[in-house]
Design a protein around this ligand. Sequence first.
Ligand SMILES: [Zn+2]
Ligand SMILES: [Zn+2]
Length: 323
Amino acid sequence: MALTIASLHSQLLIILVGSLALFLAIIQPSLAHSRKLIVESPEKAADSDRFGSLDDVRRYLERFGYKEKPFEYPNGATGDTLTTESSLYEAISLYQQKNHLKVTGKLDTETAARMRTPRCGMPDIIPSGRKGGSTAAGHHHHGTSKHGKLLHVVGHYNYFANMSPWTKSEITYSFTSTVPLVSLENLRAICNRAFQRWAAVTPFQFREAGEGDPEADITIGFYTGDHGDGVPFDGPGNVWAHAFAPQDGRLHFDGSEQWSTSTPTLDETDLESVALHEIGHTLGLAHTADQDAVMYAYIGQGDVKRELQQDDINGIRALYPSK
Ligand SMILES: [Zn+2]
Ligand SMILES: [Zn+2]
């Protein structure tokens, strides 16, 4: 009796193993096909939770503007979903190019690590509707050398497409915060420092309007989840803030983040660095490919970027020339 059960068990086991092998043989070709794009080093598997599947990568890329047909493609299309593997390959390549990563078209370790870094919620690629034009693919401009020779310089900064840059010299701002995360006193001091950095390189003067004044040009506040502007925040991690192109003026911080108002620890986000970045958006700058610049999309936890870099200054000066 015992023998019979044992042999029955082993027969079952053989059947099970056999079916598993058959199942694997059937799905193997499609797995092998997809695996080309997935993280290559298994020891990093724990890190890849957020990008456990190609769908996660696809969603991430689409969210930040890497569509099947980015606007900069010659046909002028404004983008489509990443439905095929070749379009995903293209999108990953473009993402790597825009982030100055090695362009492999694959979700390699370095690329996955960048995607896991907390960032701004504004897309990197913004449809321009301009035929064959590009505002987000690297801004080309010309400079003149000391000897008067025309230099062709490729900058990294970008602008929002179809925006209306500010035309007045005094821009007002107010605090409309709903989540009491940071005292108004702290927020005011931090934003004031950030505005002064931009004032130093633009023709603008920034002045605080009355508290909560909805008529102010720029309105600043902390919000969580869906807060009525069509761009819900995602809770802790990933996206920390967003701000709209001029002359919209809305600048929102994600109230679910661990904000630092002094020196950030490794699990805090530096409010002043993010404020400086988001003010750049309210003035018309989009994301740059220059990783050192304030207008780069990523600021990791514990990172501090409170000074404008040359790329930021070149970008804003080209948009608003001072005398
Ligand atoms: Zn941004
Ligand atoms: Zn918002």
